[in-house]
Design a protein around this ligand. Sequence first.
Ligand code: NCD
Length: 317
Amino acid sequence: MQPASSTPPRFPHRHLLGIEGLSARDITTLLDMADEAVEVSRQVEKKKATLRGRTQINLFFEASTRTQSSFELAGKRLGADVMNMSVASSSMKKGETLIDTAMTLNAMRPDLIVVRHHAAGAVHLLARKVDCSVINAGDGAHEHPTQALLDALTIRRNKGTIHGLVVAICGDILHSRVARSNIILLNALGAEVRAIGPSTLLPAGLERMGVEVFTDMRKGLDGADIVMMLRLQRERMNGSFVPSTKEYFHFFGLDAEKLACARPDALVMHPGPMNRGVEIASDIADGAQSLIREQVEMGVAVRMAVLEALASHLPNQ
Ligand code: NCD
């Protein structure tokens, strides 16, 4: 059913399954809406009525602290009834259980489902089975669109623009849905994207995604405006990808000496959770160039924007 108003919705999609498929204009619309949501979140009275009467289910098949709580707060600030469901993956019979769970939840008539799942593509599958709007909160090593959006919002608010910036994404690119979504988004908005890591953690064909690839961190950081660090995703590694965390830090850990290779006004980001002393030195994580705490604040705002954008597609009767 179409929304009651005759003006077309600002955001033309019913689901948010990935950054892939969004236009630069779609992305900018969400970032503009998120800027407004930041203002709401900074007021004493943080509530809007956009989702009043709506039901939002957060369905998490993978452990999560910040993403799940961020979606919960975002839904509540918009007036939705939010239910959190954490499903232990060990007790799951994979595909069958996912669809069964989806059908069960669908029967409860939710308006929005936020899903995190360890298998790439699981969220797309679920979106085909339910009647409500679906948001991907991370599917395997595939996409994590709201993380890329919150990163873009953080960058835009600090640098004024994304176009023309040199963004270096460093670390475990191979297993990272954050890297994938960021590469697509940053390219769409005209940044120059670099990937830095040991060759064992760089996926084949990365250059075809519009990325310049470096295995020498100092060279990769040269002239960078943004340094985005990624966690070693050990839970997705089968086998040995790095010799030891000590050696990894020596070559690919961000410390003051390596950060000095980037521009003097370079800003440091990390989606969390951080492994201090593995991919990033503690003093850099907490230092003057770090935006890591601001990213968390922007996370709530971006999720409010996404929920509001999708809400304009919900039936009104
Ligand atoms: C990321 C994720 O889950 O993909 N974290 C997050 O959403 N806060 C990155 C990570 O787990 O390293």
